[in-house]
Every structure is written in structure tokens, then in C-alpha cells.
Design a protein around this ligand. Structure first.
Ligand code: NCD
Ligand code: ZN
Ligand code: ZN
Ligand code: ZN
Length: 388
């Protein structure tokens, strides 16, 4: 197919181009391409690389009542996300190659591309060493959903090269110290405080990366059980530090930490996590309209940096030869987030009722139109390939 008259970002300015897609890849990007392919007229829309969400919990297994790979991926596609990296705190957790293979089977339901983190209890090093094509090993240094908090953290740093952590406060320092000692690549999930930003600012290197979530950027701390999450929502000063962290390049990525739970579970309290794949990009586009971000920055945070950090092959850029993972965005479209319109199985969002300007209207995954103006086409995604 051919996308005609899309505006794409080139050297910081939007220029009108056609994008020719053949065999799931971007074949050519130019002005006025002549072709007999099926035309998608993108007049008035902006084309950006598909969003790569480096932090989702698509549940499934014994928690498929919360979300499964089909519903989670439909929600992702509706939010302009074309690839997700899924966390291992499942029930049962992903601690062995056998567990991971079971998850790979479940993920075949996904309409977006998928990659996985491997879990650890601190003692499954032989299994980790056998695992192939994973994003990183996820180390929980705090208690959160799944009760995977690891005692013997050092053993994991000593034996694994690429590590993602759920660390808060002092544990951020501890993770960084261990990463320096054992020369790891370290991905710090959902950074949420000024203090953490200051630590990372001091220790930043080409092997230490930090993620922020939309909820820590856009929600105010409150006491409703629906907004119970790990890390919890923080003060206005912390929120400001996160935004400064984005401006200064201390924050490398925005990950949704899409962590769905059923409405009844949330109401009864003590249940950490909120859904987020459908609102990540709209919130960022709205922030562009409010001049808090630039489109260039959003593409860096959500496409280019995940590719660089995790070594993802053939994605993250609108370039000839790359996978045709593309989102068409209407930067002026105004729409309200509504629980009833969501694709996530849990059917609620902490952003319900928020009117946002800037929405994805079409999501193309491997050259297939998977989300088209409110409708999902059930065409399956592929595994993400890590090139290392
Ligand atoms: C996540 C979940 O429910 O899986 N919950 C959360 O509050 N963020 C786990 C996590 O990322 O810590
Ligand atoms: Zn976490
Ligand atoms: Zn998480
Ligand atoms: Zn929970």
C-alpha cells in the first residue's frame, strides 16, 4: 500500500511525503511516488514511527480476567502503540524458559508486536542464561503486584548483563551502584521523584537509562483506590522534576506501565496498578499542543530511545528498509477519554473524563492496518527481535 500526503518530521520540520509499503517494510519515502498500490490518503495527518511501549503488563495466564494479549494489544493499537515489552510478574511468574515459551504462545493473540522481559527470584540464573531474545531481566527490588521482590539482588547483577529494575528511592542508588560494579546495562523503570532524578543526573552514563510514566507526569497525587499504584503518585515538586528530567535528557523513555486490574479489585483496595496503553500517546500529543513537549522529543522518547536501549531491530524510525510500524496522528482532533470506549478488558482509566487534543487515527503494524478510526482489524503482530 501507499500512504499519500502524510506530514513527517525531517530535520525538525514537517514535510509532506508519500510512504510506499511493500511486504511489511517501508520501501520508499518521497514526494509524489507513482504506484498502483492501495492508497491511504493521509492528507492533514502526521505520520510518526509506531510507539514502542517498553513497559506493559498484559497479564493473561491465571489473570486473563484482568487482561489478555488480545485485549491488551487492541488497547495498545488504539493508542498508536505498535510494539510492547511485557513484564514477567505474571501468575505464575516467568522464571524459566518453559514459562517464557508458554507466554510466547499466549502472545500469538497479539495484534501488535511483542517482546518480553525475563523474571527472577534471585536464584534462577541457569534459566536466565538459557533464555533467548529477551529485552532484559526484570528485578523487583520492592514489593508490588506479583510478590517477586528479590532478596539476592547482587547475584542477578553479577550474572546478567541487561537488567531492568523496579527500584524506588534508596534502591535506585543501590541498583546504580551494582550496575557500576558489574558493568550492567540498567533500565530504571517508572522514576517518580525529584530525589531519584538527582541521583540519576549524577550517575548517568551510556549504560544507565531511566523511564517515566504518563501517570506520574499527568496525574496529581490523590487518595482514590483507583489511583493506587507503585510507585505512588507524587507531589507537584516531584512532577516538575520529572518534566525537567525529560528536558535535560535524564529521562530516556516514556513507558505506560499498563497494569490493569478489574474494577471490583480496585474498589476493594490494596491493588497496585492502572491501565495506560490507550492514553500514553494522546496525553503526549496533548502536551505537544500545550507546548510542554515537541513532536521530535516524543519520537525520541517513545520510538528511537527504546530501540537504542534494548537493541530492537528494524524499528523506531520512518526509514526505507525498516518495518512498516506507523501511526497516523490527527494533532488537532479533540476527544474525551471515556471508560466505555476503551479496548482494555478492565474498561477503566484514571484519565476518564479528560479532554485531550491530539489522537492517533490509524495504526499500521508490519504494513497492516490494525487500528482504523475506532475499529480493530485482527491481524496478528510479530515477535520483536533484539539484535545482540
Ligand atoms: C504493576 C502490576 O500491577 O503489575 N503495578 C504497579 O502498580 N505499577 C507492577 C509494577 O510495575 O510495579
Ligand atoms: Zn514496577
Ligand atoms: Zn510495571
Ligand atoms: Zn494488583
Amino acid at each position: 500500500m501507499i500512504i499519500t500526503d502524510a506530514r513527517i518530521l525531517e530535520n525538525g520540520v514537517l514535510v509532506k511525503k508519500d510512504i510506499l509499503i511493500i511486504g511489511g517494510k517501508i520501501k520508499k519515502i518521497a514526494q509524489g511516488i507513482d504506484s498502483d498500490e492501495k492508497i491511504i490518503n493521509a492528507e492533514g495527518l502526521i505520520a510518526i514511527p509506531g510507539i514502542i511501549d517498553s513497559h506493559v503488563h498484559f497479564r493473561d495466564f491465571e489473570q486473563k480476567y484482568k487482561e489478555d494479549f488480545f485485549t491488551g494489544s487492541c488497547a495498545a493499537a488504539a493508542g498508536g502503540i505498535t510494539s510492547v515489552l511485557d513484564m514477567p510478574n505474571n501468575k505464575p511468574p516467568v522464571l524459566s524458559v518453559d514459562d517464557l515459551n508458554k507466554k510466547r504462545e499466549l502472545a500469538k493473540k497479539s495484534v501488535v508486536n511483542y517482546g518480553f522481559y525475563f523474571g527472577t527470584d534471585g536464584n534462577n540464573i541457569p534459566e536466565i542464561k538459557k533464555a533467548k531474545n529477551i529485552a532484559a531481566v526484570k528485578v523487583y527490588m520492592e514489593r508490588t503486584t506479583g510478590n517477586l521482590a528479590v532478596e539476592n539482588v547482587e547475584n542477578v547483577f553479577k550474572n546478567c548483563k541487561r537488567i531492568a529494575v523496579h527500584a524506588e528511592g534508596k534502591n535506585v542508588s543501590k541498583a546504580i551502584e551494582l550496575a557500576k560494579k558489574y558493568n550492567n546495562y540498567l533500565y530504571l523503570c517508572h522514576i517518580s521523584t525529584k530525589e531519584e532524578i538527582e541521583i540519576i543526573k549524577r550517575e548517568k552514563s551510556n549504560k544507565i537509562f531511566a523511564e517515566a510514566t504518563p501517570h506520574h507526569l499527568f496525574l496529581k497525587s490523590n487518595n482514590t483506590p483507583f489511583c493506587l499504584m507503585k510507585p505512588e503518585l507524587k507531589s507537584a515538586a516531584d512532577v516538575k522534576a520529572l518534566w525537567d528530567g525529560i528536558d535535560l535528557g535524564i529521562i530516556d523513555t516514556i513507558g505506560s506501565d499498563h497494569a490493569p486490574h478489574a474494577v471490583e479489585e480496585k474498589k476493594s483496595g490494596g491493588c497496585y496498578g492502572i491501565p495506560g496503553v490507550e492514553t500514553l500517546l494522546p496525553l503526549l500529543l496533548n502536551a505537544i499542543n500545550e507546548k510542554r513537549l515537541t513532536l521530535k522529543k516524543v519520537i525520541q522518547l517513545c520510538c528511537e530511545n527504546p530501540v537504542r536501549i534494548f537493541g530492537i531491530k528494524n524499528k523506531g524510525f520512518l526509514k526505507e528498509g525498516y518495518d512498516a510500524d506507523i501511526v497516523l496522528v490527527d494533532i488537532n482532533r479533540i476527544k474525551e477519554v471515556k471508560n466505555s470506549g476503551l479496548f482494555t478488558k478492565c474498561k477503566w482509566s484514571p484519565f476518564d473524563g479528560m479532554k485531550l487534543r491530539g489522537w492517533p487515527v490509524m495504526t499500521i503494524v508490519n504494513g497492516n492496518v490494525v487500528f482504523d478510526n475506532g475499529k480493530i482489524n485482527d491481524i496478528k503482530g510479530k515477535k520483536v527481535v533484539f539484535s545482540r
